[in-house]
Design a protein around this ligand. Structure first.
Ligand code: ATP
Length: 585
């Protein structure tokens, strides 16, 4: 299929914000797409090359793209940077520059979607010495044959800046309409997506075999299931109101969530974001071969660092040592962990998602052979506030964050946040009642001991309606020397020449970042602010929300995507939950 077809539809999508129009354009595109490239087209719509859990990442930096534009246009890097500084979008720059070029030379053969996809895939697979030069060659060869409009979208896909305003939800609406004629069939498509996390695979199936096959869609090992999430409650009383007569309370451990897929030959571990994290935990791979008595299974657990001598849970941050390249072996012996099982989603050809919680727990107790490494999350049946309070106390004393409360007869709802799971935390440190997960959007250079590092970070929330990141506070406390160092290393790879077009901030920063990193922050209260843009106009015209006395807890939430960060709605709820006294201060 000619790439110009998709580029033209993308252009029309960029010019509308109406969901109905976007859906119609998507339907038009899906119908025009030959079946054999439907999966790849859907991945590109999601801004990816392969489903996220396969870890195929493009890894193209702005600098490299600028070099490629320069090579294929013959213009200097400086000229290209100047245009980019003016328009703030390298896709547009590529298009502007190629417009100049097409006046003098004529373009060669037409590019196809297949060729674009294949080139992107090759670029993603390149690594090691000489890979940057090769990537540049591939990109400039595509640009040589592209029209300005095509170049714009090739660049946007490459840099991950394609923002068409279509969420996965809209793609699923369009798939239902295009291939079944009925929007209502989206529910079946969504179910299939929730248990496979692979929209490309689901699209191919619906396009070729229709809705009946989708209805029969099954869990498959090594394709992660989208996790079930919990609603938040503030007190035992609120929990009792929301739950039925008797329910389960489990310790809410403060670690890293893991989905374990196992057959007789292989174990694969997925994070909460469904990225493959097997490489960081060879000790889990070894241990679960013994501790899980199944041939095949999918389990959920929380990985928690422990003190080997006392068995006490240690802070979550200790897990970060696992992420350091070359030091993994040392980390495994110095920072031991336990794996604490809380759910079973599948075992030996049996899908457990539709089983009630109480039944899944029974199965789990049978299948997990507890030892010093593999454990079951402590659970108690509770029915009143006192029961919850006592169990919460025990959980906090063992170093946990609080409790997870679970309805006994509820199934596992993949990909859904709902009230069948409630989380009750006791955050002593945090007067707001809960922490926030905020996105690093910019930074200011440090002074004194922090010279040469970032001393203060500018943070934002996520606004799902606008798909952007409005600022909410600057944070300069809670950092240790080690964490400042670590953040500097991580953030230096995310610097952008200009403020990202999705960042909304009136404040200027010394450096701007690609919004990718999420940090956990506590604060004493939320106030109205004339400067920050989170929740702008929600309470008062011209005012947004700001955090007072924000503090980094030490947790880098690398298991969260920026789209999972705290939203302006969540900040609004916390603001409203404060006492009247603190709101008028
Ligand atoms: P939080 O910021 O509170 O960790 P979250 O957005 O990551 O929240 P939630 O669904 O709100 O996810 O909270 C559930 C998280 O708590 C899970 O992702 C998991 O990592 C962790 N957890 C700890 N203990 C349990 C448990 N017993 N059952 C389920 N999840 C648990």
């Amino acid at each position: 299929m000619e790439f110009s077809i998709i580029a033209e539809i993308f252009e029309r999508m960029e010019n509308t914000a109406k969901r109905i129009e976007l859906t119609n354009l998507l339907v038009e595109l899906l119908k025009k797409t030959p079946k054999k490239i439907i999966s790849n087209t859907v991945y590109l719509l999601q801004g990816i090359i392969r489903p996220n859990f396969e870890g195929v990442e493009l890894g193209v930096a702005e600098k490299l793209a600028i070099r490629a534009i320069s090579k294929s246009s013959g213009l200097s890097i400086k000229k290209i940077e100047d245009d980019y500084k003016k328009c703030g979008d390298l896709g547009l720059t590529a298009s502007n520059i190629l417009k100049l070029k097409t006046q003098t030379t004529f373009t060669a053969e037409k590019i196809t979607l297949e060729r674009v996809y294949e080139t992107l895939f090759r670029i993603a697979k390149l690594e090691g010495k000489g890979s940057q030069d090769l990537k540049m060659k591939y990109i400039s060869s595509l640009l040589n044959d592209a029209t300005p409009l095509e170049a714009k979208f090739v660049l946007k896909i490459l840099l991950g800046t394609l923002r068409l305003g279509i969420a996965e939800n809209t793609i699923m609406d369009a798939l239902a309409i295009a291939f079944t004629g009925k929007k209502e069939n989206k529910e079946q498509i969504e179910n299939a997506y929730n248990v496979s996390s692979d929209l490309g695979k689901v699209s191919l199936l619906i396009a070729t075999d229709g809705i009946d096959e989708i209805k029969k869609f099954k869990i498959s090992l090594f394709s992660p299931i989208r996790p079930m999430l919990a609603d938040r409650v503030k007190s035992e009383k609120e929990a009792i109101k929301k739950m039925s007569k008797i329910f389960a309370a489990e310790y809410k451990l403060d670690g890293e969530r893991v989905q374990i897929h196992k057959n007789v030959n292989e174990v694969v571990l997925f994070s909460r974001r469904l990225e493959n994290i097997t490489q960081y935990y060879p000790d889990i791979v070894e241990n679960v071969k013994k501790s899980l008595s199944v041939n095949e299974g999918i389990f959920e657990a929380e990985i928690v660092p422990v003190n080997e001598n006392t068995g006490e849970f240690l802070p979550f941050q200790e897990l970060m040592h696992r992420r350091r390249k070359y030091k993994l072996e040392k980390a495994i012996s110095q920072y031991p962990i336990t794996v604490n099982f809380f759910d079973v989603l599948y075992f030996d050809k049996k899908d457990c998602l539709n089983l009630e919680y109480s039944e899944r727990r029974k199965i789990l107790e049978k299948l997990v052979n507890e030892d010093d490494f593999s454990k079951l999350v402590p659970m108690l049946l509770v029915k009143n506030e006192n029961d919850i309070e006592d169990f919460l106390e025990n959980s906090i004393n063992s170093g946990c964050e609080g409790l997870m409360l679970k309805t006994l007869d509820a199934p596992y709802r993949a990909g859904a946040r709902g009230s069948n799971w409630l989380k009750l935390k006791r955050e002593y440190r945090n007067e707001l009642g809960d922490s926030l997960d905020l996105i690093v959007i910019g930074a200011y250079f440090g002074r004194g001991r922090r010279t040469g590092l970032y001393g203060t970070l500018l943070l934002g929330t996520y606004n799902p309606d606008k798909d952007n990141f409005p600022s909410v506070c600057k944070v300069g406390t809670g950092f240790t020397d080690e964490s400042l160092d670590q953040l500097y290393q991580i953030l230096s790879n995310k610097i952008t020449l200009k403020k990202n077009s999705r960042v909304v901030s009136e404040m200027e920063a010394d450096v701007w970042f690609e919004p990718e990193l999420v940090l956990e922050i506590v604060a004493s209260e939320i106030t109205l602010s004339p400067i920050h843009k989170t929740g702008l106009n929600l309470i008062r015209k011209g005012s947004g929300f700001a955090l007072r006395f924000p503090k980094f807890t030490g947790k880098i939430r690398y298991e969260k995507a920026v789209e999972d960060a705290s939203t302006d709605e969540e900040v609004l709820t916390l603001y409203k939950g404060q006492s009247k006294f603190s709101q008028v201060k």
